[in-house]
Write a protein that binds this ligand. Sequence first.
Ligand SMILES: [Zn+2]
Length: 268
Amino acid sequence: MSNTSQPGQPAQSQPPSFDDIPIAERESPITPPVKSRSTSPRLWFGALFAIALLAAGGWFAYQWWLSRGIASPTPMAASPQPTEVPPKDDRVLNHFTYPEAPQHELEAVSADGGIKMRAPAARAFKDMVAAAGAAGVVLNPLSGFRSIKEQEQVYFEVKAERAQTLEQRALVSAPPGHSEHHTGYAIDIGDGNVPAVNLSPDFDKTAAYKWLSENAMRFNFELSFPKGNKQGVTYEPWHWRFVGDKQSLDTFYRAKEFKQENPSSPNP
Ligand SMILES: [Zn+2]
């Protein structure tokens, strides 16, 4: 009886076992894609490793370059330093650079309107002329504002006319862009009673000069280039500048500073 039951048993066990095999066979073709999934992390790892190698190589190369780079600037930096000549200031042939006065800020100081100064300077000058007149002294304006362009003409034409060198010319007239005249604060003054000494050192023998040296400061005017001025510009007793407001003081500040810093400079 057990025999009858035996053939039934294998019959029962066979079908499921046979069914399992095909399933396993079916799964086996599925495994290759699974394998391919496992190879891509390997590729990633390999790529990362290669990148790490490159990075490490680059870092070492950079460190080597740095060590070379740090060492090399020292001899290189030493050579440009001595060739650098730091300019003491922006003077050209002893004259400072000044900004030009805007046209609309200019005001006439002469009867014909031909001579102008910056408004605050012009008013102070006219007050000064009136005060001098009351004392019997005639202050005659000779030259006020001159544009840089006009100054250029004066400078180079006179230099050619008189066959002067640039250095000789610079002693009596500022190079273009360096004249106090284009600031609108400077004025050349003559004695109306002694026009023969206009723009001459002998102007300092006139009543006008005497009056100016005693009273000009009351009107905030000062002599720009007194005898032995430390700027090294030739004595100009006729050339006065206004220093009565912040802007004019700022304009001439460096010239003043230079005088104070170099009290023992040799005279020209
Ligand atoms: Zn002048």
